[in-house]
Design a protein. Structure first.
Length: 319
């Protein structure tokens, strides 16, 4: 395992821009946009062309990073070699690959003729699209331990290329909240289409993980499934038949975060989802998520989001 000291933590889109675009003049994102600045709103989504990114020496310099948001990449031409987690991958034209939140990532080599798209977005941006939508961590390619790539047929590449173009075009031209809803819907369409293709493709070779990576994958899956009823690291350790300290140490070694981080984040995301996508009162949400009192949920949420549940709901529904 590589030392955590060598990993660049990228928590926000601004961190990403500061790391890779600090010395750049002019626009490098897309043909239509005249600036890198993202319009003020909830969460973020940004799109880059691979041919533009490949021109940045800092981008392909092989830094090991861990982003606090999601990445999806479509390759239409050329080849890239990257390490996702602790597994090296070679992606070629027709591949669409995904890097989940908190996943270790390192670019090893991009061919000079590489072309395609890269889309970055966070969970807050995704949350606002559709009521009762599928959750990001339900997509198989974003799940730790699942193969992060789908191989597209020629007609599927054409379809995805058009969808990425539409997503970028709508993002650049948006002026109203309804325009932004359209952007979010195109994001969902891309993810849902990718999932459908992914699930129809048979993985010819199993995705091999170390024993520690397998444990982390099982832990994260359990958290996704049982967060409403189970909120203690020790209870997850019991289900996995390991000691809580061992579980915490392994999760920290593989992901850079303690086991409690994933439990708390899953719970925060669940609360956010219900605040945004439903009209349930905070009291009802607290009861549904098995908080003994509404005030406990309020204190927990404010500690992690720095807003009360009511403030968060108002901020996201004031458009």
């Amino acid at each position: 395992m590589k030392s955590e000291d060598n990993i660049k933590e990228i928590q926000t889109l601004d961190d990403f821009k500061s790391l890779y675009f600090a010395d750049q003049e002019g626009n490098i994102v897309c043909e239509e946009c005249c600036t890198l600045a993202y319009q003020t709103g909830v969460g973020f989504l940004e799109i880059f062309t691979l041919e533009n990114l490949s021109q940045l020496p800092t981008f392909t310099a092989g830094k090991q990073t861990r982003k606090q948001f999601y990445t999806m990449i479509l390759i239409t031409h050329g080849q890239v070699e990257e390490v996702i987690g602790y597994t090296k991958h070679t992606f070629t034209a027709g591949d669409m690959y995904f890097i989940g939140e908190n996943q270790l990532h390192q670019i090893q080599q991009w061919s000079e003729e590489v072309k395609g798209f890269m889309c970055l977005f966070d969970s807050d941006y995704f949350l606002l699209c559709l009521k009762h939508q599928i959750k990001l961590n339900s997509f198989p390619f974003f799940q730790f331990g699942q193969k992060p790539v789908v191989n597209l047929a020629e007609r599927e590449v054409v379809m995805m290329e058009h969808l990425f173009w539409k997503l970028n075009n709508e993002k650049c031209q948006k002026q109203t909240f309804n325009d932004d809803l359209l952007v979010r819907m195109f994001l969902n369409i891309i993810l849902l289409e990718a999932e459908r293709i992914y699930n129809h493709k048979k993985v010819e070779t199993p995705f091999v993980l170390s024993r520690k990576e397998q444990l982390v994958a099982r832990f994260q899956l359990l958290v996704n499934q049982k967060i409403i009823t189970i909120k203690q690291v020790s209870e997850y350790a019991d289900l996995l038949h390991v000691h809580p300290h061992y579980l915490n140490d392994v999760v920290k070694e593989i992901t850079g975060h303690p086991a409690s981080y994933f439990i708390q984040k899953q719970l925060v995301d669940e609360i956010k989802s219900r605040l945004i996508q439903t009209s349930d009162t905070v009291a009802i949400i607290a009861a549904d998520l098995n908080f003994t009192e509404e005030s406990y949920l309020g204190r927990f949420f404010k500690k992690h989001v720095e807003l009360t549940p009511i403030q968060y709901r108002k901020k996201h529904k004031q458009h």
